[in-house]
Design a protein around this ligand. Sequence first.
Ligand code: SAM
Length: 273
Amino acid sequence: MGELFLVPSPIGNLKEVSPRVMEVLSAIDLVACEDTRNTSKLLALLGISKKCISCHVHNESFESEKIIELLLNGKKIAYLSDAGYPCISDPGSILVKKAIENNIKITPLSGPNAFLNALIASGIDTSHFLFYGFLDSKESKRENELDKLKEFPYTLIFYEAPHRINDTLKSMLKVLGNRKITIARELTKLHEEFIRSDLLTLINENRNFIGELVIVVEKYEKEDIKDLDEYVTKVKELVKSNYKLKEAVSIVSLLFSVNKNKLYKEAIEKIED
Ligand code: SAM
């Protein structure tokens, strides 16, 4: 019986290839990978020569069958995606499921992963978290996804492309309210950067983000209704100065990062009293 090794690849810094990864890549019969050109380049840089076969998101169902055949015939195969861990916002999961169905031994190796590096340096609560990966690129779908997460009481982690991040930050502010966030950029690379801020400030800065990015968002905190009193007073003052109730609630919720719907409900009750 063969063996399937799940091998993480560097997310930037080549020196993060461990001695164990080197040992396994040198010993196996064959490499299966997301992109044969990228992985061949990596292997060449590591001084390892192995045959690479392709198994990516568009052909994984079909190609994984061939890989399973090879494993059943006793081959030792490493699977690599283009960066970081296979199966994490990357192909590999179909192959793993089929290997399990066929009682093939699976050995995962440790190594680089973008979201864990981002989380541990974010300064945001690491005790419990949800890794979401990529949100949908369409605004309405993205906001629907965020709506399902908005009261999740643990840290949220997202992957995002640089050309979409400003739209995503706006959707986050709209749906989640103002929250602390950390953007981890170009992890393990020369220009690695951590931008620790909040959604409103970052949107107002209108930055031009480049490179690869991870977004870490602080968890949902239930607002204490007692604390809302002070904000209701501010709403009342604005209403006295001729703002409509909805406008006043919007201004106060934006200025003080208070949940708009809760403030509105509370303000309507208190103002009618
Ligand atoms: N499998 C990978 C992992 O384990 O982290 C993730 C692959 S996913 C297709 C690519 C996304 O991961 C990027 O769009 C970015 O959000 C994040 N990412 C990958 N490398 C990164 C890096 N060096 N710095 C920041 N984010 C990175």
